[in-house]
Design a binder for this molecule. Structure first.
Ligand SMILES: C[S@@+](CC[C@H](N)C(=O)[O-])C[C@H]1O[C@@H](n2cnc3c(N)ncnc32)[C@H](O)[C@@H]1O
Length: 474
């Protein structure tokens, strides 16, 4: 006899077996994996979806809903936590994590989707009965009914501190970011309330999937021609980019399957193109990508180098990631080499290269829209962890390039401690001059005062990539 069948029924209320809804059970499983195993949502979801789709009753629409529930719940977790906290009579840390996950899933359906209120509550309570048991489902029911009495705007007005009292705390609750990240993004972006609100809101949007036609192997027109006009658009800024419309499957595109194209944010494409086009006196034969894994920018650089008669050395510390680089570069029209090496103790001689890209490991605060759980995992102390490595790798880059050659220092974080602070510190010890990178982003607006370039999701539709171009002068 299981626990449920032993439970006495309430008079006049016949026992109703909960509906086992595969979409919500899958979303719950994914959230538990993220919470319990520190899994990444973008890695944990695809196998769960694949397994579910092997069953006839789980179709593409179910997969889209499950994805939206997981990503949306994780992104908006900060806002939902504040609302749930106002509806329970104990501190959130005393609520069991699986119960909190079910409540957050319910809150997202009620406040962040168009699912009708009654359906959101009953589907979530059914989920609670399946995964938590009847007793805790009652608690879930009571909390969700409280949440459902107001819409998101009214809740925010109730739970967020007024902007005038504490602007960063207000924005943290409204836009569901940790306060320290709001503060760091605002420091880097500058300006007033409108800009930072737009940026934080953009972090909560689902990003487009962008493809890159790898130079010398495919063109954006080839890819656009092979897809119908409704499923793809040209890139906004990169001549190699193709933007897929919602629900587009990169794996269904021949050029992607054949390795002639890949999935790559337009910001990353622009960084690689800018380094390749930076003005250079003298030879332009030897290029280095010193942090190449998994190979997105290296594949672009290798193609661009081939067009110029140059050779790319793609180096990556982690051997398995070096393997991914080799896979991305296979089929490149010109010569290249892939090695596994620690960029802080390089095996090549000083002054070997004409162009060097150092796309260093960083907090990834510029790609929060892609990794919905990342903002809750990152800690300010992570910056201290990356700081020596970022400086060491930039020092290597400046040492590896010949005098007169150009280094591109890139991050997918706009945090000033990972961008300008690193460049300024290293240039105090090594000889180099900053080049104005902005003209190398033709047609891209709002690039600030230079000489470095910071891209932004809300202004450019890209990840917040950073690029400083430095010419070695001594
Ligand atoms: C931001 S990722 C690079 C992304 C890559 N440029 C792309 O576009 O696909 C940073 C890479 O640096 C590698 N890395 C970390 N420490 C390194 C080191 N000491 N030397 C070389 N590579 C390192 C990481 O394994 C990671 O693959």
């Amino acid at each position: 006899m299981n626990e449920q069948s032993r439970r006495p029924r309430q008079q006049g209320k016949p026992y109703r077996r909960p509906k086992k809804d595969p979409v919500r059970v899958l979303a719950f499983d994914a959230l538990r994996a993220v919470d319990e195993r520190d899994a990444y949502a973008n890695l944990v979801l695809p196998p769960l979806l694949r397994k579910a789709r092997e069953k006839d009753d789980f179709d593409g629409r179910d997969a889209a809903l499950a994805t939206e529930l997981v990503y949306g719940t994780l992104r908006r977790q900060g806002t939902y936590d504040a609302i749930i906290a106002a509806c329970v009579d104990r501190p959130l840390r005393e609520v069991d994590p699986p119960v909190l996950d079910v409540l957050s899933l319910g809150a997202h359906q009620l406040l962040g989707t168009r699912i009708p209120t009654h359906a959101a509550v009953s589907a979530t309570v059914d989920l609670a009965r399946v995964v938590l048991g009847d007793g805790r489902a009652k608690f879930v029911n009571a909390v969700l009914r409280k949440i459902s009495r107001q819409d998101l705007d009214s809740w925010i007005e109730q739970v967020a501190p007024p902007y005038e009292d504490d602007a960063e705390d207000h924005l943290a609750v409204v836009h569901s970011h940790p306060r320290w990240i709001v503060s760091a993004l605002w420091d880097s972006l500058g300006g007033g309330r409108a800009g930072i609100e737009d940026l934080l809101a953009a972090d909560n949007e689902r990003p487009e999937v962008t493809l890159v036609a790898r130079p010398g192997r495919a063109t954006a027109d080839d890819i656009l021609g092979a897809l119908d006009a409704e499923s793809a658009l040209p890139g906004r800024w990169s001549p190699y980019a193709v933007r897929m419309s919602e629900g587009g499957e990169p794996g269904a595109v021949d050029a992607v399957r054949e390795g002639r194209a890949g999935v790559q944010d337009e910001g990353s494409q622009l960084v690689a193109i800018a380094l390749a086009n930076a003005p250079l006196d003298g030879p332009d034969k030897a290029w280095l990508d010193g942090c190449a894994g998994p190979g997105g920018k290296a594949a672009m650089l290798a193609g661009l180098a081939a067009e110029r008669g140059a050779v790319l050395l793609a180096s990556e510390k982690q051997p398995h990631r070096a393997g991914l680089v080799a896979k991305a570069l296979a089929g490149n029209p010109g010569p290249y080499q892939v090695i596994a090496a620690d960029g802080t103790r390089p095996p090549w001689r000083s002054g070997t290269f004409d162009r060097v890209l150092m796309d260093v490991p960083c907090t990834g605060l510029g790609a929060l829209r892609r990794r919905p759980e990342a903002r809750w995992r990152r800690r300010p102390a992570d910056l201290d962890g990356f700081a020596p490595l970022q400086r060491g790798l930039l020092r290597t880059a400046l040492d590896s390039v010949r005098v007169g050659g150009v280094v591109g220092y890139a991050t997918c974080s706009p945090h000033l401690a990972e961008t300008r602070a690193v460049v300024d510190d290293v240039l105090k010890q090594q000889k180099g001059e900053l080049l104005d990178a902005r003209p190398l982003f033709p047609g891209v607006p709002a690039l600030g005062d230079g000489p470095d370039v910071q891209l932004w999701p809300h202004l450019h539709g890209t990840d917040a990539m950073y690029l400083a171009l430095i010419r070695r002068t001594g």
